[in-house]
Design a binder for this molecule. Structure first.
Ligand code: ZN
Length: 143
């Protein structure tokens, strides 16, 4: 392993490195050296947390996250735009709490414990389709 000069910063001295908690390059105090006199543990002067010293790397790991976020965005605009349209159309309607026993009709506004506000788009025998902000879901009713 190649070692850089700054890895040998003396104990109790300050160096700048990525804080694992703050997720920012911040000043850290050297806490411990390993047997070769290389910095091993540092303490963040901002949050006070002590962690291993990682000589500046770890930046490549972030790129894939952006891709998955974009991909999930592409899957959702449908549900979101349906929800928004209905929200505009039904904004004066009062939401009722959803229960399996309740009976509903299209354009009813419901409040679901888990999924939040939703708009009934279709009702068939003992089930209905409800548009929530993130997706459309089938719920039971009239039970
Ligand atoms: Zn920190």
């Amino acid at each position: 392993m190649a070692t850089k000069d700054k890895d040998r910063t003396p104990v109790a001295q300050i160096l700048v490195t990525q804080c694992t908690k703050c997720k920012l390059p911040l000043t850290h105090m050297v806490v411990l050296h390993n047997s070769e006199g290389i910095v091993e543990r540092v303490q963040c002067r901002t949050c006070g947390s002590e962690h291993k010293y990682y000589p500046d790397k770890k930046k490549t790991a972030r790129k894939p996250a952006k891709k998955t976020r974009a991909a999930s965005k592409n899957r959702k605009p449908d549900a979101a735009s349906v929800f928004e349209k209905l929200a505009g159309k039904l904004e004066d309607k009062k939401a009722v709490s959803y229960t399996m026993q309740g009976s509903y009709q299209p354009d009813d506004v419901i409040n679901h414990k888990t999924f939040g506000k939703g708009f009934v788009t279709e009702v068939s025998y003992q089930k209905m389709e409800v548009a929530f902000a993130d997706a459309s879901r089938m719920l039971v009713c009239d039970r």
